[in-house]
Design a protein around this ligand. Structure first.
Ligand code: 5GP
Ligand code: MN
Length: 340
């Protein structure tokens, strides 16, 4: 991943005078979304700016321990405060998403501020047009690594405090599946080395993020794999589905299904895995793949979504049964065209 030096200078110019800044991130914010937002906010505060972080809805409960996360404004819970911050912003940073539609319930509110300049800092494929400045790096393993690199170029890594290091590490760790997915570059591990110098304790962060679930979540996971996982396309494609009543039975909290979709990929033959999660008005679709199987393309084509080549998402607005039928037909078409 190589930063564009001119873009860094344009960013420096945008930040030359103290600004009212809002950092927004995507719906169902994950460790990378909140980690990169909070660390970038701290870097901007160190330059004298006033900064608010806003997310559309709640982050998962296993991120509650993160430093300063209580200061992140959740639009769904605090619409007035979030709206006030957005209305008065001179500068809006969009982190860890590629299109404002990914803000869902926050999209309209963001559109009401027509004067703020907008900067995109993201690592998803196909960034939207219309930003005043765009840092789009699909070859960065996380937005946290991208933010780290921007801080390094703009201010030097000396400004990174221990809380910022913890925030950045969470996104680097979660978006790479614990340093197991793509784009694991020497630069990424050099960045991790710097974060270690700032005092992060990797096993503590690991435990707080991955070993902090409820017993209900463990049982739901067992149920999903044992009772709901289906293998199709000669055992090479997996899918799972959970309906609201099934989740309720296990005391489901937002974030509990995190990671479920990855598990079928531990089966040697499985190249693509999908999870369908029922919400009140739609079904959230989560896709994962290995190697050359492109779930970003699959999500765009069949589920109005997108993401990365090996991790993507989308939505379905028909029943679970119809969604699964559509999925099975789509897999057949995708395979017939040689993508599977
Ligand atoms: P997850 O399955 O963890 O929710 O999402 C996997 C990846 O796909 C993430 O990078 C996420 O940002 C992206 N993604 C999830 N849902 C959507 C969606 O509805 N639209 C688009 N464009 N990307 C999504
Ligand atoms: Mn990310």
């Amino acid at each position: 991943m190589e930063l564009n030096k001119e873009h860094i200078e344009q960013l420096r110019t945008l930040l030359a005078e103290p600004q009212q800044i809002v950092i927004v991130s995507h719906t169902n914010p994950d460790g990378d979304a909140v980690g990169s937002s909070m660390a970038w906010a701290e870097a901007l505060r160190s330059m004298g700016h006033t900064v608010h972080c806003v997310v559309p809805n709640r982050y998962p409960y296993f991120l509650n321990w993160m430093p300063q996360i209580k200061d992140v404004l959740i639009f769904k819970d605090q619409p007035e405060a979030a709206k006030a911050a957005i209305d008065t912003a001179d500068l809006i940073f969009c982190l860890d998403f590629n299109d404002v539609s990914r803000l869902e319930i926050l999209t309209e509110t963001l559109a009401t501020n027509t004067t703020a300049r907008r900067v995109l800092i993201d690592h998803h494929l196909s960034p939207a047009e219309g930003f005043d400045l765009t840092f789009s790096h699909p070859d960065s393993s996380s937005t946290c690594f991208l933010v780290y690199s921007i801080i390094e170029a703009l201010l030097g890594v000396e400004v990174i405090t221990r809380p910022m290091a913890e925030q950045l590490y969470v996104g680097m760790m979660t978006d790479t599946g614990n340093f197991a997915f793509s784009f694991l570059t020497p630069e990424l591990f050099r960045a991790v080395a710097v974060l270690l110098e700032r005092g992060i304790v990797i096993p503590d962060i690991h435990n707080q993020v991955y070993n902090a679930y409820t017993a209900g979540r463990a049982r739901l996971f067992g149920y999903a794999i044992n009772r709901k996982m289906e293998l199709i396309h000669n055992g090479r494609v997996a899918y799972m589905s959970l309906k609201e009543n099934e989740m309720r039975r296990f005391g489901f909290q937002q974030g509990d299904s995190e990671g479920f979709v990855n598990y079928p990929l531990t089966i040697k033959k499985v190249k693509m895995s999908v999870m369908f999660l029922e919400h009140t008005n739609f079904i959230r679709v989560s896709l994962r793949s290995r190697g050359q199987v492109d779930v970003n393309l699959f999500a765009r084509r069949y589920f109005n979504g997108g993401g990365h080549k090996n991790a993507a998402g989308g939505k379905s607005f028909v029943s679970m049964e119809e969604t699964i039928e559509h999925y099975i037909r789509s897999v057949e078409e995708f395979a017939a065209e040689g993508y599977l």
